[in-house]
Ligand binder design. Structure first.
Ligand code: M6R
Length: 357
C-alpha cells in the first residue's frame, strides 16, 4: 500500500534506510557477524572468475558489485548484459561462478543465460527480491534482497539492496579467504542508512534543483569516474525512463572524445564526485562543458566537496559511495517526471518485469 504517498516510487525511495538495516539484520549471525550459507562461500572460493549477468538497473548494480568483489575477495569479476551474453558469450575460465542479479527473478533475458549455464553445469547464484521466483528456483543458490515488494517500474530500493547484499557477500567471502579488511561493514552500512536519511530529508532542495535544471531540457548528461561513472549510468537510466528526457551516463574523461559536441547553451550536465583521487579530473571536465555553455550541477561527497557545489553528500566508505550518491539522482528523476505530468510509477512503453526476450 502506498498510504499517503502520491506514488510508489517516492515511498520506495524513502524506504531505503530501513532496507539497509533489514539487510544487516537478515545477514547477521548470533555474534553480530555477517553470515551467508557456507556452501556459497566455499563454491566461490573454488572459482577463478565471477561472471555477473543482469539487465537494466540490476546490470548497473552489477558494476558496483564487480568493484566490491574484486576489492574484497580478489577474484576477477566480469559484468555482462543478459541479452548480449547468449549470442556473444565471453570466453569462460575453467571454474566460473555465475551471479544473476534480478529484482523480479523473472527477467527472460537473464533466464535464458541461466538455462545455458545450467547446461554447462557451472555453479550459479541468484540475488533477487522475490523468493520462489523462476531465477531463484533454477539457480543452485539464492540470496534474498529483503527490500519488500517494489511496485514502481523505476527500480530504486532494489538497486541499493543489491549493492548492500553484494557487499555482504564480498565481505564474507573475502574474510573466509583470510584477506585482511580494514573496515567493519556492519558499522559502515549503518552509517550509509543514516546518510540516506539525511539526503531524503533534503527533498525540497532536490525538487528545487529538478525545477532549475531539468524542467524544460530535452536532453541531459550525468558524468563521473570509477564508482561515480557506474552511478552516472544508473542515474541516466532512471531519468530517461520516467521523465523521457534523453539522458546519457558518461565516463567523464570520455566526453572530450566525441560527446562534448552535443553540449549547447543550457544543456544540463550533472557530475557526481565522491572520491579524492578523481575529484580534480572530474572537476576539470565540468569546467570543459561549462565553457561550452552547459548548465552544470555538482553532486559531491563531503570530503571532496566545495562550497559552491549544488548538492553535498554525507561521507561514507569509498566502496559504498553508490548507496549514497544514487539517492539524489533518484529524487531528481522523480521530481522531473512529476513536474512534467507523467505517470511516475508507470512510464510509457515499459513493464515492471520483462518476461520476453
Ligand atoms: O527484475 P530485474 O532486476 O531482472 O529487471 C531488470 C530491468 O528490467 C530493470 O532493472 C529495469 O531496467 C528497471 N525498470 C529500471 O528502473
Amino acid at each position: 500500500e502506498k498510504g499517503t504517498y502520491p506514488y510508489y516510487m517516492l515511498k520506495e525511495i524513502d524506504e531505503q534506510p530501513a532496507v539497509m538495516r533489514k539487510i544487516l539484520q537478515h545477514y547477521q549471525g548470533e555474534q553480530q557477524q555477517l553470515e551467508i550459507d557456507s556452501a556459497i562461500t566455499e563454491t566461490m572460493l573454488a572459482s577463478d572468475r565471477i561472471y555477473i549477468v543482469a539487465c537494466g538497473t540490476s546490470y548497473h548494480a552489477g558494476w558496483v558489485g564487480k568493484q566490491l568483489l574484486e576489492s574484497l575477495t580478489h577474484i576477477p569479476t566480469e559484468v555482462h548484459l543478459s541479452s548480449e551474453f547468449g549470442y556473444n558469450t565471453p570466453l569462460l575460465t575453467e571454474n566460473p561462478f555465475f551471479i544473476f542479479l534480478t529484482q523480479s527473478g523473472e527477467t527472460a533475458d537473464s533466464r535464458q543465460v541461466l538455462v545455458k549455464v545450467n547446461e554447462l553445469n557451472h555453479p550459479t547464484l541468484t540475488i533477487t527480491n522475490v523468493a520462489g521466483s523462476t531465477l531463484s528456483r533454477e539457480a543452485q543458490f539464492t540470496l534474498l534482497l529483503h527490500a519488500g515488494p517494489e511496485i514502481a517500474v523505476a527500480s530504486t530500493k532494489a538497486y541499493t539492496a543489491q549493492i548492500a547484499v553484494l557487499a555482504v557477500l564480498a565481505d564474507v567471502v573475502g574474510k573466509a579467504k583470510g584477506l585482511a579488511q580494514n573496515f567493519d561493514l556492519v558499522h559502515e552500512l549503518a552509517l550509509v542508512a543514516t546518510g540516506m536519511e539525511t539526503i531524503i530529508d533534503e527533498k525540497e532542495r532536490l525538487e528545487q534543483l529538478a525545477t532549475e535544471y531539468l524542467s524544460v531540457s530535452r536532453n541531459a548528461f550525468y558524468i563521473g569516474r570509477g564508482m561515480d561513472y557506474y552511478v552516472a549510468m544508473e542515474a541516466a537510466l532512471k531519468l530517461k525512463e520516467i521523465s523521457y528526457v534523453q539522458t546519457e551516463g558518461f565516463a567523464a574523461g570520455e566526453l572530450k572524445h566525441g560527446t562534448i559536441a552535443l553540449i549547447e547553451e543550457g544543456t544540463p550536465v550533472m557530475a557526481i564526485i565522491t572520491e579524492e583521487s578523481i575529484a580534480g579530473h572530474t572537476r576539470g571536465n565540468v569546467q570543459e562543458v561549462k565553457s561550452r555553455g552547459a548548465h552544470s550541477m555538482i553532486i559531491a561527497m563531503e570530503d571532496v566537496a566545495e562550497e559552491e557545489d549544488q548538492f553535498i553528500l554525507p561521507q561514507v566508505h569509498s566502496l559504498l559511495t553508490p548507496l549514497i550518491s544514487v539517492i539524489p539522482t533518484q529524487l531528481l528523476s522523480y521530481y522531473t517526471s512529476l513536474h512534467r505530468g507523467n505517470d511516475v510509477d508507470k512510464p510509457r512503453n515499459l513493464a515492471k518485469s520483462v518476461t520476453v526476450e
